[in-house]
Design a protein around this ligand. Structure first.
Ligand code: GUN
Ligand code: ZN
Length: 442
């Protein structure tokens, strides 16, 4: 049950998309020492400079940042078990580490434990909404959605489709997969804050018949999302060219099967060409850029500027377990470094926008999440600006607002999260986190 609350702090959100390189962008809305009012309905009731009346319970966070919760647009719940796994690039990493871990999600109790752990990990990292791959198992989807519903989170996900080029214990078939999807869509899509995404893992693990089935599901229900991977790794791209010789490119496979559209979220997109980017733009499909994963797996360096210039929305994904952290600040810091390798610099504003309002708009959820606009769900995170004396010193000598926020972002992680609210309800408070230890979980 939400209770009205007035929170005071340094409010930061965006009114539009900042240019990638403008440190003084007018799209930044910074309101230091302001009051954010959360109504009894769990939505933002307003923002004001003056203290509200006595009817409002208060929580004051002087000097702390208050942001909309981050939106992770590409992450795998089951892959908490392969975080930081040594030694492989994408295709071997899938075989050696990821598929064995995902097989364990066939067990409903395990799926429930992992889903709860995963969502609590997101909340502790300041992420309140996510687009998630569970696994091929129907129980993994029920577990994920059930855990998200308990926490009131905005969550998009769906059963992973994979009917070839995977171990027996992870393969489905077209008819059973379709039945599972239809049942899951019927029970979950549009229930509270849950939405369903048709989820072919990537082109190599689905037959043409399965991709056609996925396309038919999309055509039958226009409100569904679609999520998959594309053009992440050069060996993968070559493999797709062999498997689908009739397609112009890897991305074109998805077009041929009716999987591109305004609710399609494609992870990575490192090895796309200009025609691919134009195709994405023409369909209104978005790219989930996953810099930490791209660095860790050695996949390559994403061209954010070219993708944006083509008119494609770029959002951010941690891609755990290819990425090593559920923390969006750590992911954004890696995004900055990936662009720096191409001698480009991306501002804190462009990075933060991509993980908040930009992601919300790409998902057609800008009315609900991603900003501090009145009427939005109060998915709100309070952040310390420093987690050590050294960081506090750095903040104290910041030259201007961008310098301070950029340094915070580059150094930031879970330690900086003070409180996470979902629809106004506090779901994480630093120091009050569950007593779970590694031993409890194993
Ligand atoms: N491509 C197909 N499956 C996966 C996955 O689980 N992680 C990543 N990073 N890429 C993939
Ligand atoms: Zn992924």
């Amino acid at each position: 049950m939400t209770q009205r609350l007035a929170m005071q702090g340094d409010l930061l959100d965006f009114t539009a998309a900042p240019a990638l390189d403008d440190t003084t962008s007018p799209a930044v809305r910074y309101r230091p020492g302001h009051w954010l009012l959360i109504g009894d309905d769990g939505r933002v009731a307003g923002v004001q400079a003056d203290a509200p009346g006595e009817a409002w319970p208060r929580e004051q966070h002087p000097g702390r940042l208050i942001l909309p919760g981050f939106i992770d647009t590409h992450v795998h719940s089951a892959q908490v078990d392969v975080l930081g796994a040594y030694g492989t690039a994408l295709l071997d990493w899938l075989e050696q580490h990821t598929f064995p871990a995902e097989s364990r999600m066939a067990d409903a109790a395990h799926a429930a434990t992992i889903s709860a752990l995963f969502l609590d990990g997101l909340l502790a990292a300041g992420t309140t909404a996510a687009m998630v791959f569970p696994t091929v198992h129907k129980v993994s989807v029920d577990a994920l959605f059930g855990a998200a519903e308990q926490r009131g989170m905005r969550l998009i996900g769906g059963k992973v489709l994979m009917d070839r080029h995977a171990p027996d214990f992870l393969r489905d078939d077209v008819a059973q997969a379709e039945r599972d999807c239809v049942d899951l869509i019927t029970r979950w899509h549009g229930r509270g804050r849950i939405a369903y995404a048709v989820t072919p893992r990537f082109a190599p693990t689905s037959t043409e018949a399965q991709l056609a089935m996925a396309g038919a599901l999309m055509a039958a229900a226009p409100g569904l999302y679609m999520q998959t991977h594309v053009a992440e790794n050069t060996d993968e791209v070559r493999w797709v060219a062999q498997l689908f010789p009739q397609a112009r490119s890897y991305l074109d496979v998805y077009r041929q099967f009716g999987l591109l559209g305004p609710r399609a979220m494609l992870a990575h997109g490192i090895w796309l060409d200009a025609d691919d980017r134009a195709l994405l733009a023409a369909h209104g499909a978005a790219i989930a850029h996953c810099p930490s994963s791209n660095l860790f797996l050695g996949s390559g360096l994403f061209d954010w500027a070219a993708t944006r210039a083509a008119g494609v929305a770029v959002t951010m994904g941690t891609d755990v377990g290819g990425g090593c952290s559920l923390s969006m600040p750590r992911t954004l810091a890696d995004a900055y470094k990936v662009q720096a390798m191409a001698n480009r610099r991306v501002t804190a504003w462009a990075l933060l926008h991509a993980a908040t309002r930009g992601a919300a708009e790409a998902l057609h959820l800008g009315h609900e999440i991603g900003s501090l606009e009145p009427g939005s769900q109060a998915d709100i995170v309070v952040w310390d600006r420093a987690a050590s004396p050294v960081e506090a010193r750095r903040q104290s000598v910041a030259r201007d607002l961008h310098d301070a926020v950029f340094a915070w972002l580059m150094l930031g992680d879970e330690r900086h999260v003070v409180s996470t609210r979902v629809a106004g309800v506090e779901r994480y408070r630093r120091g009050a986190y569950s007593s779970n230890t590694a031993n409890d979980i194993c």
